[in-house]
Design a protein around this ligand. Structure first.
Ligand code: IVH
Length: 653
């Protein structure tokens, strides 16, 4: 590889890392596992080491990920919260030992601790009283989350024998049993489950309302003194002092060489299940604090510690069955049902097998011993079949040729691996349609989760989505376990959903390929259900986000038997068929504005005009704020009138 190629590859890696940083730190919603993320970072580090000339100031290898959101007050850290260098093999660990030895010589003591998978925070105590706590943020400036930290029981609010001033660093986490408990509760309430304990902890700590954090029963373990008015000689001495002050402290073991640490690292890895918290590695630290100063830090990580990362946990279990489910759009999905195993924080007994092609590629059979892992540490999947453990008499598995729910023929999609039920009245599709309609991204009806929908369907109270709007408190009370108060709440929640607007409603209808985003764009473009209903292929594909296939699905949906009736029932019930807009004075009625860039004097909501998100031929006027981008270019291309913010304000007045 030459320098230019290395530069191009590094750019690609940086963009990928930046995107994953954003998902992980800012949205608390990672899409790859930490292991995969660390490997990505590692590839960039290796590349930059080989070609130092390609390092840029903004390279993530020089900075700790994460940005500071404007939700909380920024909190500048007195002592930066550094990250740790990751190692993935014993060789890399020994190389760390060598580097330490070369810098300071032999006979160095290291301690080994579990690496807790939570959210890093720094706590300030003055005269033994907890004053402030903040997240790591970008390592230099974090977010002040004191109000939420105050709700954590294992965070001592006052300390025993405390130094005059103390800044301590630790990890806020959600214990595995709490996580499971909360998810069980959420399932009963029909709420979406929390993805994993780390995300649950991070999400809870970054709530504005401390009540939420309190309900989430978070915990704290500390592992480093960032600053103290007392002096200590060794790291283990600080950990013991922290224990005496009243903190829950990370367990540690001390060794006189790196080689001796390996056994403990492997030990921790093997016994991960027995800890009350999730861990994603072990941390190895030089114990002597004066040597830490000698070794110092790079711009991002200390040279006196490394994190040994365990590969994603995998477990063997026995495949009891392959269940076939029929999804909302009629797709038959095979699901592996296995003996329950604990994996990355939860007990799992199911994993999707995706489709027939995947089943055939794995050659997975009922009775097999299968290897399970969580993709992105969230979704369980079957990684492999242990063929040598296969019992006698197993048979290859094939999806049925008729729908297991309604007996109608199934057909394979011409454009993919999906197999679909052709039954127009398939009950399984019906239930999924109901559940989808009420779900968070769609009409967001509290209390209408899968089990409530199933009860309503089985009781014959609903057949299609529009029937929700005709439920009454009295009949609901006849359902098992439904008290008057819950029935009233449910009816109120259903009524409340009537005003969600056309975008949500379109998404809720469950038209193929029309998800949240497409639905919003389509709703904004057409404004009303009536004008969308009359749209042809040409009108629909005029929207840049809508391709021909999606457009055809929309047309087919409106033409499908029953659609007319459902729409009629929804309209009669008073469900809004209009896109969410606010109207300006009559002088502007029928005009559509698009705001672009940032406006100085008002927010978009305050602007109060009929405002759409994207520029199309139907846009009347584009208001260009500071740093207006692609929308302005598009407006110019389409020859649409562009005005300034001041002009817009004077028009409003
Ligand atoms: S020591 C500068 N010890 O791991 C060294 N960190 O990947 C300070 N972590 O941001 C960190 N358990 O949030 C240390 N026993 C432990 C830890 C630990 C978890 C986290 C910490 C840090 C991240 C680095």
């Amino acid at each position: 590889m030459n320098v230019e190629e290395a530069r191009a590859l590094a750019e690609k890696l940086r963009a990928e890392i930046a995107e994953h940083n954003r998902r992980y730190y800012d949205n608390d919603a990672p899409t790859i596992s930490d292991f995969e993320y660390d490997k990505l970072n590692h590839s960039l580090i290796d590349l930059e080491n080989e070609f130092p000339e390609i390092v840029t100031d903004s390279s993530p290898t020089l900075h700790v990920g994460g940005t500071v959101s404007d939700k909380f007050a920024p909190f500048p850290h007195e002592v930066p919260l550094e990250s740790l260098q990751d190692v993935f093999s014993h060789e890399e660990l020994f190389a760390f030992g060598e580097r330490v030895k070369n810098a300071i010589g032999d006979g160095i003591a290291f301690d080994v601790e579990p690496k807790i998978d939570g959210l890093s925070i720094a706590l300030t105590y003055e005269n033994g009283v907890f004053i402030k706590g903040a997240t790591r943020g970008n390592g230099r400036v974090g977010e002040d989350v004191t109000h939420n930290l105050m709700t954590i029981r294992s965070l001592p609010k006052t300390l025993k024998n405390a130094p005059e001033r103390l800044i301590v660093r630790g990890e806020v986490y959600m214990a595995k049993d709490v996580f499971e408990d909360i998810n069980n509760q959420r399932e009963i309430l029909g709420q979406q489950s929390l993805a994993n304990p780390r995300n649950a902890a991070a999400g809870s700590l970054r709530q504005l309302d401390p009540k939420v954090a309190e309900e989430r029963r978070l915990d704290l373990i500390v592992y480093n003194i960032q600053y103290s008015t007392n002096t200590y000689k060794t790291h283990t001495e600080t950990l013991d002092a922290l224990t005496e002050m009243g903190f829950q402290v990370v367990p540690y073991k001390l060794y006189s060489s790196i080689e001796d640490c390996v056994e403990q690292i492997e030990n921790i890895g093997k016994t991960r299940d027995e800890y009350s918290y999730e861990m994603d590695g072990a941390v190895i630290k030089v114990n002597d604090l004066s040597l830490r100063t000698v070794l110092g830090s790079t711009s991002k990580v200390p040279r006196w510690a490394v994190a040994y990362k365990y590969p994603p946990e995998e477990k063997l279990t026995k495949l009891i069955d392959i269940a076939v489910q029929v999804g909302r759009t009629g797709v038959l999905t095979p699901k592996a049902v296995f003996e329950p195993v604990r994996l990355a924080g939860t007990t799992v007994s199911y994993a999707t097998l995706h489709n027939q092609d995947n089943i055939s590629a794995l050659d997975v059979r009922i009775g097999d011993t299968v290897r399970i892992r969580k993709a992105g540490e969230i979704i369980p999947e079957v990684v492999a079949v242990e063929k040598e453990l296969r019992p006698e008499g197993t048979k290859p598995f094939f999806l049925p040729s008729v729908c297991p729910e309604c007996g109608a023929d199934v057909i394979r999609d011409p454009d993919g691996a999906a197999v679909r039920c052709t039954g127009a009245n398939c009950p399984a599709q019906r239930l999924r349609n109901l559940v989808h309609f009420a779900s968070k991204d769609a009409m967001d009806i509290d209390g209408l989760g899968p089990s409530a929908c199933e009860k309503l369907l089985n009781a014959g109270f609903v057949e299609d989505i529009a029937d929700f709007y005709y439920l009454d408190v009295q009949s609901l009370q006849t359902l098992p376990g439904m008290k008057r108060k819950s029935a009233e709440n449910l009816v109120a929640a259903i009524n409340d959903s009537k005003k969600r607007g056309l975008g949500r409603l379109l998404c809720a209808l469950g038209i193929r390929q029309v998800g949240t985003k497409a639905a919003e764009v389509i709703a904004e473009h057409f404004g009303t259900m009536d004008s969308l209903k009359c749209a042809n292929l040409f009108d629909l594909t005029e929207i840049s986000d809508v391709g021909e296939v999606t457009a055809q699905y929309i047309i087919d949906w409106f033409a499908s038997p029953g659609a007319e009736e459902i729409l009629g029932k929804l309209e009669k019930a008073g469900v809004s068929f209009e896109a969410e807009t606010t109207r300006v004075s009559d002088a502007f009625s029928g005009m559509t504005f698009v705001l672009t860039g940032t406006l100085d004097s008002m927010t978009r909501d305050e602007a109060g005009a009929k405002i759409n998100a994207s520029v199309s031929k139907k846009t009347s006027i584009v208001v260009a704020g500071e740093a207006a981008g692609s929308k302005l270019t598009k407006a110019n291309e389409l020859g649409i009138k562009v005005i300034s913010e001041e002009e817009f304000i004077s028009m409003l007045q």
